[in-house]
Design a protein around this ligand. Structure first.
Ligand code: SF4
Ligand code: SF4
Length: 203
């Protein structure tokens, strides 16, 4: 007797998604060059920590699996090592595409639960506020971005390491280091935001 077919997976396919990626993601227009050889996924040192390797993610983009692509952890776990870019036989800028997807996914409200999103926000907060990354404050902000209880748990869990860093002079105590011209930094960031907004509006 023939076994019954498994129930169809509950996918929604957005057939305009690939076109949207081509038009809105930096390097996305090069996706059409991908021949699905899998060299990128096979070269990726962090592939086992990704929901889907780059090859599969690109296939899913073409298939219109918008929700699965934008809610995957693939782009958040990419370490920007560029091995895939160096090895891709078709010159697909895999890393840029993943970073562009992460940025758009965050803009659209995806990725909020990813560890790396919390870390990126904490890092950016420090860079913007002080012009430097203060590892103590970045770490504290990152830990407590998961809530008070989780922040305490992570802090206590790493207390020994922190004390060791202080003892050996690898982590300073006192006020955060700041750049001198923070006003200049704010002006640069405001200009960058203005350019980004203008280019976004131009499509
Ligand atoms: S290595 Fe390049 S061509 Fe091959 S699957 Fe990856 S992106 Fe596509
Ligand atoms: S750049 Fe990202 S996707 Fe490419 S090999 Fe490195 S970690 Fe993997």
């Amino acid at each position: 007797m023939t076994a019954p077919l498994p129930a169809a997976a509950d996918h929604t396919y957005d057939l305009g998604f690939a076109r949207w990626v081509y038009a809105n993601i930096n390097g996305g227009d090069k996706l059409s060059l991908c021949m699905q050889c899998g060299v990128c996924s096979g070269s990726c040192p962090i592939g086992t920590q990704m929901d889907y390797g780059p090859r599969k993610l690109f296939m899913m983009i073409r298939a219109g699996m918008k929700e699965e692509v934008l809610s995957s952890n693939t782009m958040w776990n990419c370490t920007l090592c560029y091995r895939c870019v160096v090895r891709c036989p078709r010159g697909v800028p895999v890393t840029y595409i993943l970073q562009g997807l992460a940025s758009k996914a965050a803009e659209l409200g995806y990725g909020a639960k990813e560890d790396n999103t919390h870390f990126a926000r904490s890092f950016w907060w420090s860079a913007k506020s002080f012009g430097r990354t203060d590892e103590r404050l970045v770490t504290a902000k990152y830990y407590f971005s998961f809530g008070l209880k989780e922040g305490m748990r992570r802090g206590i869990g790493n207390l020994k390491t922190a004390l060791g860093l202080i003892r050996t002079g690898r982590m300073h105590l006192g006020t955060p280091h700041r750049i001198k011209d923070r006003g200049g930094l704010q002006a640069i960031l405001a200009k960058a935001a203005e350019i980004e907004k203008r280019e976004g509006a131009d499509g």
